[in-house]
Design a protein around this ligand. Sequence first.
Ligand SMILES: NC(=O)c1ccc[n+]([C@@H]2O[C@H](COP(=O)([O-])OP(=O)(O)OC[C@H]3O[C@@H](n4cnc5c(N)ncnc54)[C@H](O)[C@@H]3O)[C@@H](O)[C@H]2O)c1
Length: 366
Amino acid sequence: MKNILITGGLGFIGSHLSEALVKSNNVYVIDNLSKRVHPYKSFVYKPRKIKFIESNINNSSLLKELLPKIDIIYHFASHQDHLKDYSKFIENNVKSASLIFEILNDLKSKRLKQFILASSQSVYGNGYVKLNNKNYEATRILKNLKNKIWYAIDEKEKYIRHKETDILKPINIYGLSKQFQEDIVKQCARDLDINYTILRYSIVQGARQSFFNSYSGLCRNLITSYIKEESPIIFEDGNSIRDFINIKDVTKANCLILNNKKAYNEIFNIGGGKGHKLLSFNEIVKKELNTKINPIVNRYFRINDPRYTVSNINKMNKYFKWKPMNDINLSIKQYIDWVYKHKRFLKLSKNSLGTMVRQGSVIDCN
Ligand SMILES: NC(=O)c1ccc[n+]([C@@H]2O[C@H](COP(=O)([O-])OP(=O)(O)OC[C@H]3O[C@@H](n4cnc5c(N)ncnc54)[C@H](O)[C@@H]3O)[C@@H](O)[C@H]2O)c1
């Protein structure tokens, strides 16, 4: 039985993992129930038997008290948003990782075996496309986007899946903060002789994903809008390509790497492995909800958004025989079921489009 700390352990991914791990470990969770994700405490899902401490992760005295007894850390607490609150990304994502290692460094006895970081495919930024057998960076310019030219190089370009060995070129503050986190973890873990494992998730889906945080993405946006009988916004022309992974597969991956030497000092992509057009995803949701409402397409775009983002998951498969077992249809069904169970909270969720347009992170092309 190990003592495991999950920071942000009452969030979407953390609550599933803490529930799985508490069956055979002591699980400590530090979570500050951040307002953006959990505006209503009565709605928070808290797995039974975990040892929950409500606190900001940047709490030195708490970390000094807790870390001496911890064997493994999953660092999930993170600020995720499309708004331009830059300093919050640094405070929550970069400072937190640094502080944990600073305190680990001062401990008399070294107990921690593995530090696991939840990173993101957003560290890859625009990635690359293939055209006429040549690879190009899929960089796009704002002027083109404002004129509704959505491709990077040419309409015939094909996306290339991100590999763990790609050079990281994040294009937004969240991705940048994840890259900093990764660098801090690698550097400090080496200095302190602690094993690290970094998992770069694609878009994770399933029950308990906050329907209050605008960062929660396409699945939440479509499903909550259609249930409220509103037209959801699909950015650009709906032909952007994304890679989705079910929460159960993510939990499995997190359990496989736990205390596993093969995962020490390694980085793995954890994704669905194949790309889906946003419009195709929307069709599945519409069919599932049996709605005739249409989305608003080809009007808004998000600045600093890649056109394509799909991760290559061969490495995780090669090392652990892990592969996604739950397809997007199932993720959509699971999310719908969960939203219906909590429908009374749905009316409290607000559309954040206006704020994003005002702050300039979403552009209205009309
Ligand atoms: N969900 C995804 O699709 C996805 C994709 C890529 C990476 N990730 C990463 O995975 C991790 C977990 O994501 P999630 O989807 O579960 O997010 P989430 O927002 O549902 O959960 C994050 C939790 O961290 C807590 N938290 C935030 N700041 C904190 C702080 N300063 N101190 C203590 N607690 C704090 C929040 O209250 C929340 O419960 C994050 O690091 C995220 O960047 C998630």
